[in-house]
Ligand binder design. Sequence first.
Ligand code: ADP
Ligand code: MG
Length: 272
Amino acid sequence: MTAFPTTMEPVAQQVTSLLSSFKLTTAASELVQRLLEAGHETALPVLAEVLELERQVRWERRVDRLRRASKLPPGKTFATFDDTRLPRSLVQKLRELRSGGFVERAANVLAFGLPGTGKTHAACALGHALVEAGHSVLFTPTYKLVQELLAAKRDLELPRVLRKLDNFAVLILDDIGYVQQSADEIEVLFTLLAERYERRSMVITSNLVFSAWDRIFKNPMTTAAAIDRLVHHSTILEFDVPSYRTGKGKAKGSETKASPSKRRSRSKKGRK
Ligand code: ADP
Ligand code: MG
C-alpha cells in the first residue's frame, strides 16, 4: 500500500465514505488507493467536492420524490402556521415531534379539537417537516383511504394494498370521525390500525374526543381496542383554541377569552 500524506487522510476518508454511501463498493475500496499510487493525490479534494455535490443533489431529489408521494397539501407548512395563539404546551409538543424521534419509535400522534382549530394544518406541517428530514409520509383523508381499502378488499387485494402503505413510515389519517361506519368500513379501518401497531407511525386528526369514538367503531369492544392501540405509544395534541378563521378577525388577546360554549357553537356553525 502506498503511504499518503496524513494531511490527505480526512479527504481520502470522505471520498471513500461518500462512494460507499452511493453503494459504489468497488470504487470505494479501490479509487483512493489507485489515485495515490498514480501520484494523483491532489485530485482528492476536487473529487470530494464533486461527490459532496452529488450527495446534495441526490438528497434534494429524494426529498422532492417524497414530497410528491406524500400528497401533502403544498401550502400547509410550519412557515404558514401561526402558533402565537396556541397553548405553550402544544407548541412545545409540536416542536418535539418535528425532530422525528417518534417516527423511529413507530409512535403515534393524535390531534383533537373542534373544526377549524388547525389540526389538519398542524398535521400537514409536521408531515412536511418529516419529509424534509427524509421520512416517507402519506397524507390522506380517512374516508378516502377507507374507500380504497374497501375496494382492495373486494378485489382480494387488501394484503397488497396494506403492504404498499407499509412503505410509508408515517401515515396521516385526516378526520377519522368522518368514516361512514358500515361494518366493512370499520373492519378495514381497524385492520389498518392493528397492522401498523408498534411498527409504523400514524398521525390522526379528529373532531371527536375518545369518548365519542363509539360513533366511529360502533361496537364498544372494537372502540376500546382501537383506542388502546393508538394511545399506547402516542403524543396527544389538544387544539383547545378558537377556530382560526373566526379568531383571526378579532383583536389579538381578546379572542382567547371567548367562553367554551360560545366557541363551540361558532366553530361548529362555520363548518356545517
Ligand atoms: P381543522 O383541521 O382543525 O378543522 P384546519 O387545519 O383545516 O382546521 O384549519 C382551518 C383553516 O385555517 C385552514 O385553512 C388552515 O390553514 C387555517 N389555520 C388554522 N390554524 C392555523 C394557524 N395556527 N395558522 C395558520 N393558519 C391556520
Ligand atoms: Mg381538519
